[in-house]
Design a protein. Structure first.
Lengths: 141, 655, 176
């Protein structure tokens, strides 16, 4: 949990996630262990990269040493190994933690602009290009 | 005494900035007023005073004056001198002072040497520059005074934070400030040009080196930051679409668009309003980034010392400057004719396409970054991450990259399609062939597939503008473009390759055990405790070998700092021409085995080499532009001289 | 370019400034709230977190009596601050079932010796399974469960003195 965070972009630098004591239990069996079947592991990995670590500031559970992230990885891997569909696991977590837990936003009443605005931008881009370029197609320019 | 001198200089500089603003404003009505004539000297003096104030702060840090609050909180008498000095800007107050210092010095520089624009426009520009600086001075003096004294000096400073004692961290923030300041200069030029209705090719030429400079610094800043996250965070990720990362990417996208549209304006006197708009947007993105990062309004992995009060101050400045500039834009832009229309097959046509797509990409990043803030207003929390940014961004970026391959081959004004048909056909055929070959031989995602096939073709295409030219007579600025575009291809290849072909191996191992990842055999030889000045660590000795190649030793560590208590993983990297082996040692399980994480990341280093190439291209472009400006100035001076001679001779003959 | 489009950037910017200003004045809610309120607890059956105490299972929550379910850990600092309030809740008639997250029996008994034991039973959640299943994202958290094993209320963070009457009230309502 107390992991070195790092500065990236702008400014000032002071770090460190909230200080929290570390539990003493060893990590969950599948927190740091891959599934034996590479295809299943790839599936699990893909899902883990898009689930938010709830205890961290903004990291996926695939990028975190927090023990809760480890337990979430364990859940994901065991469920995938049991044949569960990745999207079903995501839905299960979203039911519990809301959309906050998933980095892949769904189209909902609260998030539709996230998808509508890019379409609008595409449309605007098309119009702007058509207006600036399309009709100017003469050598006179 | 030193602190008081610094503070006095700061107040004086603020007063001069106010004078610069007033002088520049009166110059719009009466060009010969005393105040108007003072604008340039005042700007130079203001820059010198700010520099003096910053030097005083450096001095305080160098001698560790513990009666000054900022020094007491951020320094320590036992730090090495270099980190004492870098400590001067490694905090909120000091970094704001550095920012305003660099900005004032930039203002002083243009006041001293820039004579190409009409004097009235220059004064309006300097007034805008003074106005922006004034806000930052007010911020420093009223809410973030770096020279504040403690009622009682303390015996020792607090700051021995080991994490800040990294040479990279010491120079990372200034790199970004230089970028932001360059954009503030472009902003001032844009405002000056708007006020005096002088949106001319000359304006674009004057502004361009500043935009290029800002762009080079931002490129370097982002590249360095990304490499850091990669080696420090210990999981091999290099970009997380985290709000702070996005805050650095947005000004870069805007600056990229701006420098291309400025080229169109300089060469063809077109895209006038658009260039002005981008000038405003680019600076506003650096201020929005500052705001997002310092106000703590968004959650980020790169936690900063945040403060809502500072947030409100920055937001107020943002509202005044950007709101004011956008208002001016709305009122004035309709009187600025957009200039020429474009043919589809022309250089400027391609550049317009590039601009539109870059702006749309910027819009996506801004949308995704701010959207959680929007829903929070309705008590709904959402996360927007890579599964959103990657595909949605690609919708705009991929077409842009395709046009980027072809654009530089086209001529200005109008070009016959037939002339470029052959190279385009070859490029398209290459993209399709590689895509099909990769799709058939491996099983990777759509985005990496497109990225890989496009990168190869882009790399070739970026050199096509040199075709048929004599290399040593090609202008340096053209070389700059070629290298920057090649850098994009290189970075793209690294990104696509990393995301498509990375192999990962997580394992619990005993000393003596060997693990395998992508052709490498990695053996854990042993674990030893080691100690540093303020940490202890467990250091693993790993022996890595690929096939029958050389045996290499790696030493990843799991480090514990004690003041403040923190655990970090120090990854060990082994770089080969075709990729990097990334090793991390984790904790020990109850059965005594060590947790080992290994990755093989093919061509991952190309991401950052690409970034460096892009920056190099920018540097060459600046050199090329400045050289041709100097040449033009020289020619003009000679012509003037000749005219004067001729006139003199005529007078002589007449006599 | 039409005139009104020139005002568009200013309009968007004003929207942004308004939003940011509004958010700056709002207290930041860093909590992740559980989506499981009104839903039943999942099936679970845990070993005791220490010797001499009963473990916890779903059946314990289905005896018709409402209970508090306290997610905690001996390694969690706010849990120490919370201990006297849990004691007050117990004194107020609350049955508290503890769920010790990622904890060792010896650490648990040491914690209880030092800070008191308000729990009727303590189950050990070694893989945070129950924690994840009920949408809890940290320690400590306290859930109110009605007599049929349905989650009624979630309290995030340590229970302060002022929270005690409210929790008792909710608990009582859950019993009706």
């Amino acid at each position: 949990m107390m992991r070195l965070t790092l500065i990236l972009a702008a400014f000032q630098m002071l770090f460190v996630a909230p200080l929290q004591a570390q539990d003493s239990l060893p990590p969950a069996p599948y927190a740091y262990r891959q599934l034996d079947d590479p295809a299943l592991e790839a599936k699990a990995q893909e899902l883990m990269e898009t689930l938010r670590c709830l205890k961290c500031q903004s990291q996926s559970i695939a990028d975190s040493d927090a023990s809760m992230a480890g337990d979430m990885r364990h859940q994901v891997r065991t469920r995938i190994a049991a044949g569960e569909d990745p999207e079903a696991i995501r839905a299960w977590l979203v039911e519990r933690y809301g959309d906050y837990v998933s980095y892949a936003p769904r189209v909902t009443a609260a998030t539709w602009p996230l998808f509508a605005i890019p379409l609008l931008l595409l449309l605007i881009a098309g119009i702007v290009l058509w207006r600036r370029i399309g009709r100017g197609q003469g050598r006179a320019a | 005494m030193i602190a008081e001198l610094g503070l006095a200089a700061l107040w004086l500089a603020a007063a001069l900035a106010a004078m610069q603003l007033i002088g520049g404003a009166t110059a719009q009505h009466n060009e010969e007023s005393d105040l108007a004539l003072l604008v340039r000297p005042v700007a130079i003096l203001q820059g010198l005073l700010a520099l003096f104030a910053f030097a005083m702060l450096m001095w305080l840090f160098a001698v560790t004056d513990l009666s000054v609050k900022l020094v007491a909180e951020n320094s320590h008498s036992l730090k090495p001198l270099i980190f004492k000095l870098s400590g001067a800007w490694g905090n909120h107050e000091g970094s704001m002072l550095l920012w305003v210092t660099v900005m004032s010095c930039a203002g002083a520089l243009i006041a001293a040497i820039e004579h190409r624009l009409p004097e009235k426009t220059m004064r309006a520009t300097l007034a805008a520059q003074g106005f922006v600086a004034l806000g930052f001075y007010a911020f420093l003096l009223f809410s973030s005074n770096p020279f504040e004294r403690l009622p009682q000096p303390v015996p020792e400073g607090l700051g021995l934070n080991p994490l800040l004692q990294d040479i990279g961290l010491a120079f990372h923030p200034p790199t970004l400030y230089f970028g932001y300041v360059g954009l503030s200069v472009a902003f001032s030029f844009a405002v000056g040009a708007m006020i005096t209705r002088q949106v001319t090719p000359e304006f674009a030429r004057v502004m361009r080196p500043w935009v290029l400079g800002a762009w080079v610094f931002l490129t370097l800043g982002i590249t360095a930051g990304s490499y850091w996250a990669y080696y420090e965070l210990g999981w091999g990720g290099w970009w997380f679409w985290d709000p702070v990362e996005n805050a650095s990417l947005m000004p870069w996208l805007a600056a990229t668009a701006l420098l291309h549209s400025a080229s169109v304006l300089a060469a063809r006197d077109a895209l006038r309003a658009w260039t002005i708009m981008l000038g405003v947007v680019a600076f506003s993105m650096s201020m929005v980034g500052t705001f997002l990062v310092r106000s703590g309004i968004l959650t980020s992995v790169h936690a900063f010392a945040v403060d809502p009060e500072r947030g409100s101050f920055i937001l107020a400045l943002l509202a005044i400057y950007i709101g004011g500039a956008l208002l001016l834009f709305a009122l004035r832009a309709s009187s600025v004719a957009e200039g020429q229309r474009f043919a589809l097959t022309s250089r400027e046509g391609a550049l317009v396409f590039n601009n539109v797509m870059l702006s749309a990409t910027l819009g996506i990043v801004l949308l995704g970054t701010l959207y959680p803030l929007v829903t929070e207003a309705f008590d709904v929390r959402v996360s927007v991450g890579p599964p959103y940014f990657n595909p949605v961004g690609a919708i705009f970026v991929l077409p842009m990259l395709m046009v980027m391959a072809v654009g530089p081959l086209l001529r200005w004004r109008w070009d016959r399609f037939e002339r470029v048909r052959l190279p385009i056909a070859i490029l398209v055929a290459l993209v399709v062939t590689t895509a099909v070959v990769i799709a058939l031989t491996s099983d990777i995602g759509v985005l990496p597939l497109l990225g890989l096939s496009l990168a190869g073709v882009l790399a070739i295409a970026s050199f096509l503008p040199l075709r048929g030219r004599k290399l040593w007579r090609t202008p340096i600025a053209t070389w700059g473009m070629v290298i920057a575009h090649f850098g994009i291809a290189v970075a793209l290849f690294g990104m696509a390759s990393e995301s498509a072909f990375t192999s990962e191996r997580l394992a619990a191992v005993n000393p003596g055990d060997t693990e395998h990842v992508a052709g490498w055999d990695v053996t854990l030889q042993g674990i030893e405790p080691v100690a540093g000045p303020n940490w202890t660590a467990l250091e693993a000795t790993l022996v890595a070998q690929r096939g029958s190649g050389d045996v290499v030793t790696l030493h990843p560590q799991s480090r514990n700092f004690w003041a403040p208590p923190q655990q970090t993983t120090e990854s060990a990297l082994l770089t080969r021409w075709d990729g990097q082996l990334y090793a991390v040692i984790g904790g020990q399980a109850q059965d005594g085995r060590w947790q080992l994480r290994l990755w093989w990341k093919p061509f991952v280093t190309l991401i950052w080499y690409g970034g460096l190439l892009i920056a190099l291209g920018g540097v060459l472009a600046i050199i090329g532009r400045l050289a041709s400006d100097l040449k033009r100035r020289h020619i003009r001076a000679q012509a003037q001289q000749r005219r004067a001679d001729r006139a003199g001779r005529a007078v002589g003959e007449a006599a | 370019m039409r005139r009104w489009t020139l005002w568009l950037p200013l309009a968007l910017f004003t929207f942004f400034v308004g939003l940011a200003a509004y958010q700056l004045t709002q207290p930041k809610d860093e909590f992740v709230h559980s989506g499981m309120l009104g839903k039943p607890l999942p099936e679970f059956d845990m070993r005791p977190a220490l010797e001499g105490m009963p473990g916890a299972s779903l059946a314990d929550f289905k005896d018709g009596q409402p209970k508090l379910l306290n997610i905690w850990a001996s390694w969690c600092l706010p849990c120490i601050a919370e201990a006297p309030q849990l004691e007050a809740l117990r004194a107020g008639g609350a049955q508290i079932v503890g769920i010790a997250v990622r904890d060792k029996p010896e650490d648990v008994s040491r914690f209880l010796e030092t800070h008191g034991n308000p729990y009727a039973r303590i189950g050990a959640d070694d893989l945070s399974e129950l924690q994840l299943a009920i949408g809890s994202s940290g320690v400590p958290e306290t859930f109110v469960i009605d007599g049929n094993g349905v989650i009624v209320h979630q309290h995030i963070g340590d229970v302060r003195e002022s929270d005690v009457p409210k929790l008792l009230e909710i608990l009582q309502e859950a019993g009706q």
